[in-house]
Design a protein around this ligand. Structure first.
Ligand code: GTP
Length: 334
C-alpha cells in the first residue's frame, strides 16, 4: 500500500526550533521524528511513502539523498504554495503519479507517533465499504482537536473541528491517520487551500461515506513543546518497548553534572554542577557549569550560560545563547 505523509506545515507552535528545522526533522531521542512515522507504516505493509512537502523541503531531501527511509521508498513532492491538509493530499496524489488503480491508500499527519494497527483499520474500511476511515483516540481534552461521533457500527455521524462551548459531543478525536479510496481526491478542489478536517470530512459525513475506528493505542501528536518532550520521555521510560538510553555516547557530561530523565544528544556538552531534568539537549548544545535545565528544549549548538536556569517548556533556538545567570520560564529564545 502507498501512503501520503503530510509534512509541509510551518510548525509554529514549536518555534523557534522549527525556524531552522522543519518539525518532522526535529530529533526524537536520537532520530528524526519522520522515521518513527515511516517505520510505523512500514511495519503495516506500506512500501512507498509520498512526502507532501512545503516548508523547508530541502531538509528532507538532504537527510534522505537516496530516496529511502526506514527501508521504504520515499517520493518527494513540493507544493508551490501551502494548500492545507486536503489540498496537500490531492497535490501529492497527482504529482507522485498515483491514480485510481492505486486502490486504497493511507494518509497520515507526519507529526503523529503511534502504534496504530493499520490492519484492523483496513478490515473495518473494507467490510463497511467506506470511502474513507479515520483512526480515533480518546483524550481528556478533546477541545483542541477534531471531535468525532459515530454510530455503533462506526459510521461517522458528526465531525466537529475544535468544538466551541463548555461540552464536547465525544471524547474520541481524529488521531490523524486515514484510509482513503481514490474517489476522495475528486472531492478536493484543485489549486486552492482545502482543509480535510474542516471541509472534506464534514461533506463526507453528510453523504454517509465516512467511517472511524476507535483504537486506544500509543499515540502522541507532537505539535506542542510538551508533547515533543513527552514523546521522548515515553521512550526513555519504556512506555513503548524497552527503555531507551537518553545520553548519547558521543555527548560529554561532567562527572559532577546531574542528568535525570533527559535526552542529551551527540556532541552536547554538560558542565560541572549543572542539572538537566525532563529535558532534551540537542546535538552540539552546551550547558555551562552550574546551569539548570528543567522540562525544556535546548536546540542544536545553543548555549545555556553559567548558572542560568531555563524551565517550564522553554525552547531555545538553534545556536542561540542564554546569558549567564538568566532565569527563564516558559520562554522562547529568540
Ligand atoms: P502548527 O503551525 O504549530 O499548527 O503546526 P503544523 O504546521 O504542523 O500544523 P498542523 O499540526 O495542524 O498540521 C497537521 C499536519 O499537516 C502536519 O504534519 C503538517 O506538517 C501538515 N500540514 C499542515 N498544513 C500543510 C500544508 O499546507 N501542506 C502540507 N504539505 N502539509 C501540511
Amino acid at each position: 500500500m502507498q501512503a501520503i505523509l503530510l509534512v509541509g506545515g510551518l510548525g509554529t507552535r514549536l518555534r523557534p526550533l522549527t525556524l531552522t528545522t522543519p518539525k518532522q526533522m526535529l530529533p526524537v531521542l536520537h532520530r528524526p521524528m519522520l522515521e518513527y512515522a515511516v517505520s510505523g507504516l512500514a511495519r503495516h505493509g506500506v512500501d512507498r511513502v509520498v512526502l507532501a512537502l512545503g516548508y523547508h523541503d530541502d531538509a528532507f531531501r538532504a537527510a534522505y539523498p537516496d530516496g529511502r527511509c526506514a527501508g521504504v521508498e520515499l517520493c518527494c513532492v513540493v507544493e508551490p504554495e501551502p494548500l492545507d491538509t486536503a489540498g496537500a493530499i490531492r497535490f501529492a496524489f497527482e504529482a507522485s503519479g498515483m491514480d485510481a488503480s492505486a486502490g486504497t491508500f493511507l494518509v497520515a499527519n507526519g507529526d503523529v507517533i503511534t502504534d496504530l494497527d493499520v490492519g484492523e483499520m483496513l478490515r473495518l474500511h473494507r467490510s463497511a465499504g467506506a470511502e474513507a476511515t479515520i483512526h480515533l483516540i480518546a483524550v481528556d481534552d478533546p477541545f483542541r482537536y477534531g471531535v468525532v461521533v459515530t454510530d455503533p457500527g462506526g459510521r461517522v455521524s458528526a465531525f466537529v473541528e475544535k468544538p466551541p462551548g463548555p461540552r464536547s459531543p465525544s471524547s474520541w478525536i481524529n488521531a490523524g491517520t486515514y484510509l482513503m479510496e481514490p474517489s476522495v481526491i475528486g472531492r478536493i478542489d484543485a489549486g486552492r487551500r482545502v482543509s480535510v478536517e474542516r471541509e472534506v470530512f464534514p461533506a463526507m459525513v453528510a453523504d454517509g461515506a465516512l467511517w472511524a475506528l476507535r483504537q486506544n493505542t500509543y499515540w502522541v501528536d507532537v505539535g506542542t513543546p510538551q508533547a515533543y518532550l513527552r514523546a521522548q520521555l515515553d521512550l526513555l521510560d519504556g512506555r513503548r518497548g524497552p527503555a531507551a538510553a537518553g545520553v548519547s555516547a558521543e555527548a560529554s557530561v561532567d562527572a559532577e553534572a546531574v542528568i535525570e530523565r533527559s535526552v542529551v544528544m551527540a556532541g552536547a556538552v554538560v558542565g560541572a554542577g549543572s542539572v538537566v531534568r525532563g529535558s532534551a539537549v540537542h546535538s552540539g548544545a552546551v550547558i555551562e557549569a552550574g546551569a539548570t535545565v528543567l522540562d525544556s528544549v535546548v536546540g542544536s549548538g545553543a548555549t545555556v550560560g553559567r548558572g542560568a536556569r531555563v524551565a517550564d517548556g522553554t525552547l531555545i533556538g538553534e545556536r542561540f545563547t542564554v546569558a549567564a545567570g538568566a532565569d527563564l520560564s516558559d520562554a522562547r529564545v529568540p
